[in-house]
Design a protein around this ligand. Structure first.
Ligand code: TMP
Length: 427
């Protein structure tokens, strides 16, 4: 049984951390108006209340000036600012759990209705809400209680969740319980002075209050693979950022390496001078580093509910030491038993690209390592071996066209990965 079967959320500072976008757009508007930028403590006060009210209260603007400020703010917010936003951790899982248990969910926000819907849609949250209320673009001083009333269902036990005193007062004006999200932008004393029914310092605590018995966070193991120079390290950074924006706790790591013992092994493996390392030694060193990395870093992080993004994993051994160096696949599987037994990735992003093109890019970027210095025939074999693995396990591999702009590659990889994660209940 849920304590509330209708939960109405504020957006900024409650579901998403929009600090960055709001701060940059406010500064943009003030600069265009030739006004001084207030100190950071004051700019933080812009988060939550209607923007025009903040311009009047903190920058001494008149009503007309505040309207002009709002227009300028939108000039930057509409094309870029709205995406400079981050879903708080556990919010997606909480909404999912509440919905699954039959709750009615709504948003009542001071942010314009249209923008709020777009933000919720972009972050994959819109599907959880029965209704979204926000002011239209002309309604600069929307009253919170009015917004809540627009989405308040009859005959349900409802709670208003918000991070500033205005959210709590709005809920009270509507005669419903309130929950203060103290992790948001409100000043604690002001929010608590409004006497919320409940208060949560973290989203984790909020989950316990709104959905007792909710499932623990579920993690995932995601690997990134592709020929040398396919751009996967750049993509790993961009994807880690995007996943964090979507509310995931991300752990980025790489092979060979990822923990002190394995990083030591990496130095031996990738040393530029070719010390005559034989293929078997190379394969065993990769496997040794991997066993340590899996047990020390990957498995513990996944069981804590994190998304592990690992730049290369055992597929690279099958491809480089197997397909390209010609060692037996059976033996590679044998020496990598921990990885095959416990470390099957939930998804493998395969950044697909012709090896000639990828290598040309790689060589123009920086000094190649020992393996990258191997000849063209070697790299052609790695490409063929990746293609073979992909054909063998099309359900695990998410193939991404890596031969396009980095931004497009990130979008394509992220869309596929996000679908895979949500399908698996990784929220
Ligand atoms: P990087 O390109 O991700 O920095 O990887 C370093 C090199 O190590 C790259 O050329 C691929 C190679 N490698 C293997 O040969 N076998 C393996 O098992 C792994 C993880 C990497």
């Amino acid at each position: 049984m849920l304590p509330y079967d209708a939960v109405i959320f504020d957006l900024d500072g409650t579901l998403t951390d929009s600090e960055k976008g709001i701060r940059l757009c406010t500064e943009y508007a003030l600069e265009k108006m030739g006004r001084p930028i207030p100190p950071p403590e004051t700019l933080r006060r812009f988060l939550g209340p209607p923007l025009a009210d903040s311009f009047m209260r903190w920058c001494g603007m008149t009503e007309e000036e505040a309207a002009r400020g709002t227009d300028l703010y939108r000039e930057r917010y509409i094309p870029v600012g709205w995406r400079e936003n981050r879903v708080y951790p556990r919010i997606r899982a909480l909404l999912h759990a509440l919905k699954e248990r039959g709750a009615y969910l709504a948003v009542a926000t001071g942010k314009p209705q249209h923008t709020s819907v777009e933000i919720l849609r972009y972050f994959g949250l819109l599907q959880y809400f029965d209704a979204v209320a926000g002011p239209d673009n002309r309604d600069l001083h929307a009253d919170k209680a009015d917004l809540i009333r627009r989405v308040l269902p009859a005959g349900k036990k409802a709670v208003m969740v918000g991070d500033i005193a205005g959210d709590i007062r709005g809920g009270k004006d509507c005669g419903i319980d309130t929950l203060a999200a103290l992790y948001g932008y409100g000043v604690d004393e002001e929010v608590l002075a409004a006497k919320p029914t409940l208060a949560a310092r973290t989203t984790e605590e909020m989950c316990r209050l709104l959905c007792p018995g909710m499932e623990a966070p579920k993690g995932a193991f995601v690997t990134l693979e592709g020929v040398d120079g396919c751009g996967k390290s750049t993509q790993a950074a961009a994807l880690a950022e995007r996943l964090a924006d979507f509310g995931y706790t991300v752990r980025r790591t790489r092979e060979p390496g990822g923990c002190p013992i394995a990083e030591e092994v990496r130095k031996i493996l990738l040393a530029k001078e070719d010390g005559g390392m034989c293929a078997e030694t190379e394969a065993l060193l990769f496997a040794a580093a991997r066993a340590q990395h899996l047990k020390e870093v990957i498995l513990p992080a996944v069981s804590r509910g994190e998304i592990v993004l690992c730049d290369r994993f055992v597929d690279s051994s099958l491809v480089y030491q197997g397909g390209a160096r010609g060692l037996s696949e059976k033996w590679i599987r044998e020496i990598n038993r921990p990885a095959f037994a416990e470390g099957t990735p939930d998804a493998t992003l395969y950044f697909r690209m012709p090896h000639e093109k990828a290598l040309a890019r790689r060589f123009s970027a920086s000094q190649p390592d020992r393996i990258e210095q191997a000849g063209d025939a070697f790299h052609a074999r790695t490409e063929a071996a990746f293609e073979k693995l992909y054909r063998e396990e099309p359900e695990r591999f998410l193939a991404v066209n890596a031969d396009q702009t980095p931004e497009k590659v990130t979008d394509e990889a992220f869309d596929q990965l996000f679908s895979r994660l949500t399908e698996r209940g990784v929220l």
